[in-house]
Design a protein around this ligand. Structure first.
Ligand SMILES: *[C@@H]1O[C@H](CO)[C@@H](O)[C@H](O)[C@H]1NC(C)=O
Ligand SMILES: *[C@@H]1O[C@H](CO)[C@@H](O)[C@H](O)[C@H]1NC(C)=O
Ligand SMILES: *[C@@H]1O[C@H](CO)[C@@H](O)[C@H](O)[C@H]1NC(C)=O
Length: 331
């Protein structure tokens, strides 16, 4: 999978997440009202900055859908791993390779991972920590709904040093088939972009500001989504700040100082690229996207952009897991 395709799938996921946010009639962390035994189901997992989320969509014979979600908040080690994977210094060569020089350069690393995996161990320390979170979510879903999960779509916070093969190795470690989102999701992207898509021959871009806010992190990305999927070359710009999550507020002399930094982070990319398209839509994820933060976000963006943009924040905590499950269902 090339980096470009990788970005594409991220973008689609974002777009899909928004679609799910809008259309999902029913999402709940309740137990099902009736048994789902024998019905088809699709599972998605999402590894977020400070927690993991899972979603399962049941589809009965009449095509009726029911979505359930679960959230698991792992301990400090998990947050530490996520913070580490956000650092430039944690980057390394990883597939897909840019030429066979990289392939050979990465051989020792790959061999070490293979050796660990062949012993049934996680491919790396980080993979092991992340896999624990997935194992927890998996057994929760399996026991709550009496299902056996054998395959799923995985997604994660977009971190500099969290690579596709890390996620694949997480899946290997937990024994779940890693299902790769594919091109057939093209129509969904179009559907999402329907607001600005009127003619087949004229497919305007849409620009999305993705904001993730949790206990330990604030991440912001300005992504360009081209509605014509074959031409989709999203231009990603993003920041990942693991010292600006909601927990950080207590480390600031005053809450005003904290919000000043949050504001700067929210606007940083747009400040840096004044000529880049302004976002048409804002998609919010994370487990701390509460009223206070949302009000602040709305106000900050309104002041900056001079107009209100749609901000999609329904199910912010689990929306990416729901998007992944939806991918699984349609794939
Ligand atoms: C499950 O999916 C299969 C294949 O798509 C279909 O034939 C079957 O009717 C579905 N079962 C239910 C209960 O929806
Ligand atoms: C799940 O797998 C176990 C072990 O293979 C099996 O005993 C059980 O019946 C399965 N449960 C469902 C709901 O398929
Ligand atoms: C995160 O934000 C703080 C406060 O604005 C800043 O000092 C720090 O450099 C940022 N970290 C990163 C990795 O951008």
């Amino acid at each position: 999978m090339s980096p470009r395709i990788y970005f594409k799938s991220r973008i689609i996921l974002l777009a899909l997440a928004s679609l799910v946010a809008i259309t999902s009639a029913f999402s709940s962390d309740q137990q099902p009202l009736h048994s789902h035994a024998g019905s088809n189901f699709s599972v998605g997992f999402s590894l977020q900055s400070s927690y993991g989320a899972a979603a399962v969509i049941f589809e009965d014979a009449d095509g009726r859908l029911e979505t359930y979600t679960r959230v698991h908040k792992p301990g400090y080690l998990y947050q530490q791993v996520m913070a580490k994977l956000s650092l430039q210094s944690s980057r390394h060569i990883a597939p897909p390779y840019d030429g066979d020089g990289e392939f050979w350069a990465n051989m020792p690393r790959q061999s070490a991972r293979m050796a660990l995996k062949s012993m049934g161990l996680p491919a790396s320390y980080e993979v092991g920590v992340l896999a624990q979170a997935i194992k927890h979510l998996r057994s929760q879903l399996e026991s709550d709904f009496s299902i056996n999960i054998s395959e799923a779509v995985f997604t994660s916070s977009h971190l500099l040093a969290l690579y596709q093969d890390d996620l694949e190795d997480v899946a290997v470690n937990v024994g779940i088939k890693y299902v790769t989102p594919r091109y057939q999701f093209q129509p969904i992207l179009w559907e999402t972009a329907a607001a600005c898509w009127d003619e087949e021959s004229k497919l305007p871009d849409t620009t999305v500001l993705g904001v993730h806010y949790s206990h330990n992190a604030l991440t912001v990305s300005l992504a360009e989504v081209q509605t014509a999927f074959s031409m989709c070359e999203p231009n990603y710009r993003r920041i990942e700040n693991f010292t600006l999550g909601s927990d950080a507020i207590s480390r600031y002399p005053s809450s005003n100082d904290y919000w000043t930094d949050v504001k700067a982070a929210l606007l940083e990319i747009m400040d840096e690229y004044p000529l880049f398209n302004r976002p048409k839509t804002i998609i919010v994820t994370g487990d701390m996207a509460h009223r206070l933060f949302m009000d602040f976000l709305v106000e900050t963006l309104y002041d900056y952009l001079g107009e209100l943009r749609p901000i999609l924040s329904a199910n912010a905590k689990v929306v990416s897991a729901m998007g992944a499950a939806e991918f699984m269902r349609r794939g």
